[in-house]
Design a protein around this ligand. Structure first.
Ligand code: GH3
Ligand code: MG
Ligand code: MG
Length: 562
């Protein structure tokens, strides 16, 4: 959007700049056009000279004519070149035609002058001289349409400027007419003859046109807010031409009524011609003013475009910077914050580097860091709690001294095994072991030695049972073994082997102390004979074990059938 708006504004300004540039070019074209017209006008001086002189004309006249033609050619070539260089499609064709027409007319007029001048003076007919002179005069008129086309373009581009330029054109025209007025007086002056009524009429007409142009030029000077230089040049023209040269013409006209002007053509020209320069001075001043305005407009427009370009660039740069900062300070950090929160949900911890700026995002990061800390703390606490629970679970089911399952754990494991045996119909044998005369061991060797004896018995038990069997300590010196997938006969054999191993094991009780020997009495019950009730199995085995005690200890008794 910003680029679009800026682009639109830039486009308008750019077009204005192009117009200002175009105006500068057009003014230059006009300048060249006016110079060309001036040169064509000036060429008439030496041309008239040749027409009035005896053939062949002297070298000085010839040279002056050749130089004048050369100046005209150069000025016109420059004008035509400038017209071609910046062609405007709309007027290009028309200008092309005008340019060709002028060139033809120029060549023709010069040929006429040369043809008449080649004749001896006496053979020259006034009519043919007039034709030659008129064809030269007509040339300036032919340039006018081209110049008007250029002025049209200028008016279209820069109406404000065309006013002064038109003033310059009018001044140029005025100079041309004053020149022609001088020419109209020349024949009468040269023969010192009174003016014919036709001549007088032509002269008065010309003076009328000059008066008209004088008013038009004055209006341009006052209307167009002309500068000081223009006003001064105008005043000079009023003083020099209308104050002196025009008065001289009036004087010549008055003396012409009676005949006898009292001055030659050359004397008249010497007084009249220099005062015409003031008109050109005004033309140039007006023209310079137009050019200065065009240039100023162009410079101002260029500054505007430069400022617009700068501001547009700055605007876009600010937007880009804003987006960049937005991305760097908001979007990216928020993305990281989201990742950190997701990681926290998955019990991972993603380290966040807090932004340097103490803004809202930094506050969000602080919050997340606090959450992470709490989360980690809670996770540590939970881990500790789980460990404790596990330890408690193990402790609550394990005997501290022997690390065998305790009574409670044995009951759980045995119930499950009995259920499986019932379901699958396999045999189980339960052995109940009691250390013989254990109290005596404690009494004679000490409690610690008693403990060592219990640990030694545990080692024997652990090594004797198979996987799936359960061995546990269910009382002070009472142990139980539940043999899985076992018949009464196999159980009896196992019990016998166990009893023998225990009684043959020497219990090392420490440096320098006599090793100890213990025996056990075992009661045996099995599920086939006594059913799958654990209490029942235990009490049967217990009774059998007491029978073994009574029978002298270090033996096995099988529980009787119910
Ligand atoms: P009997 O052959 O009839 O079984 O005689 P006994 O001495 O083994 O029988 P009694 O039940 O009278 O004694 C058991 C003793 O076991 C009593 C108690 O001090 C001791 N005792 C129980 N638990 C422990 C223990 O963890 N460590 C030690 N060192 N002694 C224990
Ligand atoms: Mg006992
Ligand atoms: Mg005992």
């Amino acid at each position: 959007m910003a680029v679009l708006v800026a682009g639109r504004i830039m486009f308008v300004d750019w077009r204005e700049l192009r117009r200002a540039e175009q105006a500068v070019v057009l003014i230059e074209q006009l300048r060249l056009g006016m110079i060309a017209a001036e040169m064509v006008s000036r060429e008439r001086g030496p041309a008239n000279g040749v027409l009035g002189a005896e053939a062949p004309a002297n070298e000085a006249l010839k040279t002056s004519l050749a130089q004048a033609r050369d100046r005209t050619d150069q000025a016109y070539a420059a004008f035509a070149k400038a017209l071609r260089e910046v062609p405007k499609r709309r007027r290009q064709q028309s200008i092309g035609r005008q340019v060709d027409g002028f060139q033809t007319a120029l060549d023709q007029a010069r040929r006429r002058v040369d043809a008449v001048a080649a004749l001896p003076l006496a053979q020259r007919e006034p009519a043919s001289i007039k034709v030659a002179v008129d064809s030269m005069i007509r040339l300036v008129g032919l340039l006018r349409p081209v110049v008007m086309l250029v002025i049209d373009d200028l008016h279209e581009d820069q109406p404000a400027m065309s006013s002064v330029v038109v003033g310059a054109m009018l001044a140029s025209e005025l100079r041309e007419l004053t020149g022609q007025l001088g020419s109209l007086l020349t024949p009468a002056l040269s023969h010192d003859a009174p003016l014919s009524p036709d001549e007088r009429l032509a002269i008065e007409r010309m003076r009328g046109r000059i008066a008209q142009l004088r008013v038009l030029v004055a209006s341009r000077v006052s209307v167009g807010h002309a500068g000081e230089a223009v006003r001064q040049a105008h005043a000079r023209m009023e003083r020099d031409y209308f104050g002196r040269a025009d008065v001289l013409v009036a004087q010549v006209l008055r003396s012409g009524e009676h005949g006898g002007y009292g001055m030659s053509t050359a004397q008249f020209a010497a007084r009249y011609v220099p005062d015409m320069n003031a008109i050109l001075g005004l033309r140039d001043a007006l023209f310079d003013e137009g050019r200065a305005r065009g240039q100023a407009m162009h410079d101002a427009q260029r500054r505007t475009v430069a400022v617009m370009l700068g501001m547009t660039g700055l605007h876009i740069a600010l937007i880009v910077l804003g987006l960049y900062l937005m991305r760097r300070r908001v979007i990216k950090p928020l993305g990281r914050a989201a990742e950190a929160l997701e990681a926290m949900r998955d019990n991972r911890c993603l380290h966040l580097t807090a932004p340097v700026q103490g803004d809202e995002i930094a506050a969000v990061f602080d919050g997340i860091a606090a959450l992470q800390a709490q989360h980690q703390e809670r996770a540590a606490l939970e881990a500790e709690r789980d460990k404790l629970i596990e330890r408690l679970r193990v402790q609550s089911s394990t005997d501290f001294l022997t690390t065998l399952p305790n009574r409670r754990a044995f009951f759980e494991a045995a119930q499950a095994e009995l259920a499986r045996a019932r379901r699958h119909g396999y045999g189980l044998v339960l052995l109940l072991l009691d250390v013989d005369h254990f109290k005596r061991i404690n009494d004679t060797r000490g409690h610690a030695v008693g403990d060592r004896a219990l640990v030694a018995l545990t080692e024997v038990l652990k090594h004797s049972v198979r996987q799936g069997d359960v061995a546990a300590r269910i009382g002070g010196e009472e142990f139980v073994v539940l043999l899985s997938h076992c018949t009464r006969e196999d159980g009896l054999r196992f019990a016998e082997r166990l009893r023998e191993t225990v009684s043959s094991t020497l219990v090392e009780v420490g440096e320098g102390q006599e090793p100890l020997r213990i025996t056990v009495s075992i009661g045996l019950a099995d599920v086939r004979t006594h059913g799958v009730g654990l209490e029942q199995l235990l009490s049967r085995a217990d009774r059998a074990m007491y029978r073994a005690k009574n029978a002298g200890r270090d033996r096995i008794e099988v529980a009787e059938a119910a």
